[in-house]
Ligand binder design. Structure first.
Ligand code: PRX
Length: 705
């Protein structure tokens, strides 16, 4: 991507292809291709929620949805104030509920919701639930990396832990409006730290603990935190990652640009590493367990304006520097809570598990804030979903009796490869039995084959667990291809649980297009319809809105409470990136198709950003004339991405491409690159429209260079 290009003088052009990209992190790049779009017959396929499910659902029919949706569009102020009133406000917002300008031609972009209202999101997540009698209810179940390591916090215990940390932060001088960087894995201390910051009006910036020292330093330099909160190490699967060493390196780098951080609060993660082996800088580094437990269990709430910043979350942009997406308090609170409640059809008896890390927006809105604002019980999982084996997720589902399970298509696909009853396998085995009987096999031979079949079936990683507790499944991060959707629905959910395929972004704060599980028949692979208050429009390349069945660029035409308000310190970039491409609208950067029934089908990024997780990245690299390609250069390119962004973004394959397949008008034919990347060489189809068809043969020859 650009990070890569700016770091190497040798590179003229880089083209990334990503197979079914997903939403863990983004790196910028020049061209991305999304595979796995649904075919026409798949788009006509309807899966209805059961009568039983719909009858108990919060929104039980599409008529009810339409009624609520119409009100949310015709009277957004009334619709959202009614919902917002269910939260605690120290002082209610004045008459005007929101003000917005999304049209760049009319002046600066501005979005404000509930401005002048005074509240605190931590109070609403924790204290308010305790006052409502949920003090003894489990707020967080923590499941460690290794099976057998677990912990539980009730809402009252959570309050104590949050207050102790909030008191400590206040004591070291963190004040309302100050930034705090959190670089923690999925320990309970991560949501605790987020809530503690919110309680005292500090702005948290969680950095995913897979980012490199360089990325962390870049974020520290941008937001200039008063403190960094981390832990010494973490075990992910069998691997130990020394987080504190990464923080140390980042702090050295940020200090070089004049940004020094006074306090590095370090949690001792004993299951991964003892404190004696941790590098330490006296005066700056403080062990969490030496200080935090000494503070009182209560801490006064800092009451803040609805438009006070709540958090910054960095997301990669197409020019090297990450974008600090800024969310404010009141609107985000109302939106995260409401979307959670409706998209998962939340009931107080539910046990909810989202596999996302709090380092991403999904973990902000749907591990921490959304569920806790609803008084839900949340499972926080430290480990890797396939450790110690690919049955771990279903083991956790059964252990905690999880009812709502929210994950990413990439995980669904990887677990699909590992487990589930194979119907073709069963068919083949039955056919073998038939042949054996026909050819005169003895009774015992047939019995033996059936026994093997049963053994294979019961040892399948999914089916050997009950999963009876599951009620609703969720998907996020990328389009879920229909076959993965079906496996998730039929095998994981036993054809019983609706799937909420939630389309949204770091920038949107919460779900934008999503099924409400009891309301609509679903089409596998479609995110279906907009959430309340959301007005998606599809525009052509000139920015003209197109109606009916169509495809084009997905934009939004009015604000919603959870929208981000700016890019930290760079409002101009906010306007240029999101509001200038199609004046009058917020541009999502995604392509979308609307079918004849009005269902939305997301087709992936149309700009130069790719989402990275699970699947590999395949980079076609063109070098400056005369620069030789070598193994050393290949390694250094991969190392550059690892170092500058993080290991999770490193290309799995670098393919030296002296030339790229271009049409006569200069467009890169990515279809061909995709086929070469997946070695489907017999499916290259017509290459005669290329300016130089020999490029394709050259690329094939260089494939395993
Ligand atoms: O391309 C869309 C894809 O993920 C992008 C947002 O990425 P990020 O800000 O990292 O947030 C990920 C978690 C919300 C979108 O622009 N995306 C997200 N959810 C879906 C999706 N694409 C298709 N279907 C989805 N359900």
């Amino acid at each position: 991507g650009n990070n890569l290009i700016t770091s190497s003088n040798h590179l003229r052009h880089v083209d990334f292809i990503t197979n079914l990209p997903s939403g863990a992190g983004k790196i910028s790049h020049l061209n991305a291709v999304v595979l796995g779009e649904a075919s026409a017959s798949e788009q006509a396929d309807l899966v209805l929620p059961s009568q039983q499910f719909s009858s108990q659902a919060l929104v039980p029919s599409h008529q009810k949805y339409l009624e609520m949706y119409m009100r949310s569009i015709q009277d957004p102020a009334g619709f959202w104030s009614d919902i917002a009133s269910q939260f605690y406000w120290k002082q209610k917002w004045p008459e005007q509920v929101f003000s917005e300008n999304l049209d760049i031609r009319k002046g600066p972009i501005k979005i404000e919701w509930f401005k002048g209202g005074i509240t605190n999101i931590c109070y609403n997540c924790v204290d308010r639930n305790i006052e409502a009698g949920l003090g003894h209810k489990v707020a967080l179940y923590w499941e460690g990396n290794g099976p057998g390591f677990d912990d539980t916090l009730t809402y009252s215990q959570l309050l104590h832990r949050v207050c102790q940390l909030a008191n400590y932060l206040k004591d070291i001088g963190v004040k309302r409006g100050d930034a705090v960087v959190i670089y923690l894995p999925m320990l309970m201390e991560l949501p605790i730290a987020m809530l503690a910051c919110a309680r005292i009006g500090a702005v948290h910036s969680v950095v995913f603990a897979g980012f490199s020292a360089e990325s962390l330093a870049q974020r520290i330099v941008d937001c200039k935190p008063k403190a960094v909160i981390t832990c010494n190490a973490v075990k992910r699967g069998p691997k130990i990652i020394h987080l504190k060493e990464i923080v140390d390196a980042a702090l050295i780098q940020s200090a070089k640009t004049g940004i020094s951080v006074d306090v590095c609060l370090t949690y001792e993660n004993q299951s991964a590493m003892k404190r004696e082996s941790t590098n330490w800088q006296e005066g700056r580094d403080v062990w969490w367990s030496d200080v935090v437990p000494k503070y009182p269990y209560t801490c006064e709430v800092e009451w803040v304006d609805a438009e006070d910043p709540l958090f910054l979350l960095y997301t990669s942009g197409s020019t090297g520097k990450p974008k600090g997406v800024l969310h404010t308090t009141g609107g985000y609170m109302v939106y995260a809570a409401t979307t959670f409640k409706h998209a998962f059809d939340y009931k107080p008896s539910d046990i909810y598990w989202c596999t996302a890390d709090c380092g991403w927006i999904t973990g902000h809105s749907y591990v921490t804030y959304g569920p806790l604002l609803n008084g839900a019980t949340v499972v926080v999982f430290e480990g890797a979903p396939n450790y110690p084996d690919p049955g771990r997720c279903w083991d956790i589902v059964d252990k905690y009796k999880v009812t709502l399970f929210y994950t990413a298509p990439t995980l669904v696909r990887s677990l699909m490869r590992e487990g589930g009853v194979s119907f073709s396998g069963c068919f083949l085995s039955v056919y073998c039995c038939f042949l054996m009987i026909r050819d005169g096999a003895c009774f015992y031979e047939v019995i033996l084959l059936i026994a093997i079949l049963i053994f294979i079936t019961i040892t399948q990683y999914v089916t050997r667990y009950s999963r009876k507790s599951l009620r609703v499944l969720g998907s996020v991060g990328e389009p879920i291809n229909p076959s993965a959707w079906r496996w998730f629905y039929n095998v994981v959910g036993d054809s019983r649980c609706p799937i909420s395929d939630t389309w949204w972004q770091t920038e949107t704060g919460g779900f934008m297009i999503t099924p409400l599980p009891g309301a609509w028949p679903q089409k596998p692979g479609s995110a279906t319809f907009p959430f309340f208050g959301v007005q998606p429009v599809i525009v052509d390349e000139k920015g003209v809105e197109i109606g009916g069945e169509c495809s084009g660029y997905l934009c939004l035409k009015s604000s919603w409470p959870g929208a981000f308000r700016t890019l930290y310190g760079d409002h101009e970039r906010y306007e240029t990136t999101y509001f200038k491409p199609f004046p009058g609208y917020y541009f999502s950067g995604d392509g979308c198709r609307r079918d004849k029934d009005g269902y939305h089908w997301l087709t992936g990024r149309v700009d130069d950003v790719i989402n990275v997780k699970g699947q590999g990245i395949y980079a076609f690299v063109t070098l400056v004339e005369g620069v030789p390609y070598s193994e050393e250069l290949r390694k250094s390119l991969i190392m550059t991405v690892r170092k500058q962004i993080g290991a999770f973004a490193a290309p799995d394959k670098i393919h030296w491409a002296p030339g790229l397949p271009k049409t006569r008008s200069g467009k890169i034919m990515r279809r061909i690159l995709r086929k070469i990347a997946s070695r489907q060489l017999d499916e290259l189809e017509d290459t005669s429209t290329l300016a130089d068809p020999t490029v394709v043969h050259q690329l094939i020859e260089l494939a395993d260079c």
